[in-house]
Design a binder for this molecule. Structure first.
Ligand code: SAM
Length: 248
């Protein structure tokens, strides 16, 4: 049986998080309308090859960098290095195929603050149809693709990371902390991991085996406790954000 994420909706969680905590640098991959990063108040980087932004997405941000391109192209551009960006918090919700999210994670961790946190969306599917890798058969409702694989992949290859799986509806939110921007383990094993996992279905992996990998953390309680995992990387409300520095 699927262990469905039935807690507070991820949209409410993300909006409360940006309301309550200030991050020096926030990265979002897969933004579509921009509704998730709209309430962010720190310097923000938004990446999506097909934006559909209509609302006020800049709000109180001192800087908003919008890249209408794939995350691979963005990470290859050298922007993060040029600005010496240290990401405080990142939300990865781009292409829902495991190899894409794995690449997004690898590149994001490299540019993250040691105390930073990376949130992976849609890793907790609630039926098999939504896990398809067939881009011509994407269900009309929710599509998680096969990014659920990031949970076993990170657990196996990066036991040094801490995974907190929030029951944020409808398809969970995995908070990854204990980041090591210098680690090259995933990069070195990338081809082997993709070869092992790409064609694996959740059925073949075993639903019970997947369920046994984690217990949910209650999203509303985590929020009521003041987002404990994210507090160490948040800035005091009175902090002046570090100015942007471009290195030629
Ligand atoms: C599920 S939607 C994101 C929804 C948004 N985060 C929200 O909660 O409202 C996935 C987004 O990923 C974008 N996307 C697709 N391929 C991508 C890629 N290679 N790199 C970055 N974003 C990509 C799509 O254009 C789409 O807007």
């Amino acid at each position: 049986m699927f262990k469905q994420a039935k807690g507070l909706k991820y949209t409410a969680f993300m909006s409360a998080l940006h309301r309550d905590l200030l991050f020096d640098w926030y990265l979002e991959v897969g933004c579509r309308t921009g509704r998730i990063f709209a309430p962010a108040r720190g310097k923000t980087i938004a990446v999506d090859p097909f934006f559909r932004a209509e609302a006020n997405i800049i709000g109180k941000k001192p800087a908003l960098h919008v890249f209408q391109q794939t995350s691979d192209a963005f990470f290859a551009s050298g922007f993060l290095k040029a600005l010496k960006v240290k990401l405080s918090f990142s939300f990865l919700d781009g292409m829902h195929l495991c190899e894409f999210l794995l690449r997004d994670f690898i590149a994001t961790e490299k540019a993250s603050d040691l105390k930073g946190v990376i949130a992976l969306h849609d890793c907790c599917p609630f039926d098999h149809a939504m896990t398809t890798r067939d881009l011509s058969a994407i269900p009309k409702q929710a599509w998680t693709g096969d990014v659920w694989k990031l949970i076993p992949i990170l657990m196996e290859h990066r036991p040094d990371l801490r995974l907190t799986v929030l029951d944020a509806a409808p398809t969970g939110l995995v908070l990854v902390s204990g980041l090591d921007p210098k680690s090259r383990v995933l990069e070195r094993n990338y081809a082997q991991i993709v070869a092992r996992y790409a064609d694996l279905t959740l059925d073949a992996f075993g639903l019970d085996r997947f369920n046994a990998l984690f217990d949910y953390t209650d999203t509303a309680q985590f929020m009521a406790a003041g987002f404990p995992l994210l507090q160490p990387v948040a800035l005091p409300e009175t902090a002046a954000l570090t100015p942007e520095k471009i290195t030629p």
